[in-house]
Design a protein around this ligand. Structure first.
Ligand code: ADP
Ligand code: ADP
Length: 226
């Protein structure tokens, strides 16, 4: 069963900007898709619509393998990692990763094991009691990845997650994401404007045209990245 299916989705913002035109995309379970294209071509807009954070103007979007809530949106099945780590500064690392579970009514004691497991999977088990301000940029990104995965989503959406980091940290995090993907089987859509990054990471590259936000080509790569 498909994880997400978009059919002829267009998005026109209220100021008249046509950010997406006729985008169709079927996302199969376990794929690591890069959404590649220049800045402003509509990648973030597409990702937000896939996450249920933004509405399509025309066309349809469906999440065939997710539980759909009363608003017609997928519930708990989508993890989102933004370019900025968006951690709560007054919460510890533990508290930040616990938050999605807290919002689902899981008590702290019941969540402890899962939170610690997720922190361990990004190499931050020893930093559970630290505050975000004590962490480097790369470490903060790791925390937001752990937070996005703590609810065991089917789909992990990443919007140019490492663009603000230095090359070495970025390369390490790319390897960590590949590792997580291989270990968890989570389906990933990774937005980037780096051809290198898309080739390194993904087994499918969806290229978007600069204007007016259309899919230009959809490449399947035989050898998934190791
Ligand atoms: P990308 O992620 O590829 O850089 P975006 O999806 O952020 O592209 O933006 C696509 C186009 O839509 C751009 O021209 C951008 O300026 C415009 N846009 C994005 N968000 C809004 C908004 N809330 N209102 C109006 N225009 C927007
Ligand atoms: P807990 O982690 O014990 O469930 P909370 O998450 O509600 O508790 O808050 C942890 C601490 O952060 C508390 O001292 C609370 O007062 C503080 N806090 C919560 N929300 C904010 C906020 N928006 N701004 C500043 N401090 C906050």
């Amino acid at each position: 069963r498909l994880v997400v299916t978009m059919q002829n989705v267009s998005k026109m913002f209220s100021n008249g900007t046509l950010a997406l035109k006729d985008m169709s995309l079927d996302v199969r379970p376990g794929e690591f898709i890069s959404l590649l294209g220049p800045s402003g071509c509509g990648k973030s807009t597409a990702l937000r619509i896939i996450a249920g954070l933004g509405q399509a103007s025309t066309g349809t979007i469906d999440w065939p393998s997710s539980k759909i809530n009363s608003k017609g949106l997928p519930e708990g099945d989508v993890g989102f990692v933004f370019q900025e780590p968006t951690l709560m500064p007054w919460q510890t690392v533990f508290g930040n990763v616990y938050l999605p579970l807290k919002l689902r009514g899981v008590s702290k004691s019941a969540a402890r094991e899962k939170v610690m497991e997720n922190l361990a999977s990004v190499g931050l088990a020893d930093f559970a009691e630290a505050y975000p301000r004590e962490l480097s940029g790369g470490m903060k990104m790791r925390v937001s990845i752990a937070r996005a995965l703590v609810t065991r989503p089917k789909l992990l959406l990443m919007d140019e997650p490492f663009a603000a980091l230095d090359e070495i940290t970025r390369q390490k995090l790319n390897d960590d994401v590949l590792d997580l993907w291989a270990r968890t089987g989570v389906t990933v859509i990774f937005v980037t404007h780096s051809v290198y990054e898309s080739a390194y990471l993904s087994n499918r590259i969806v290229v978007m045209r600069a204007r007016p936000g259309q899919v230009f080509s959809d490449l399947e790569i035989d050898q998934p990245a190791e």
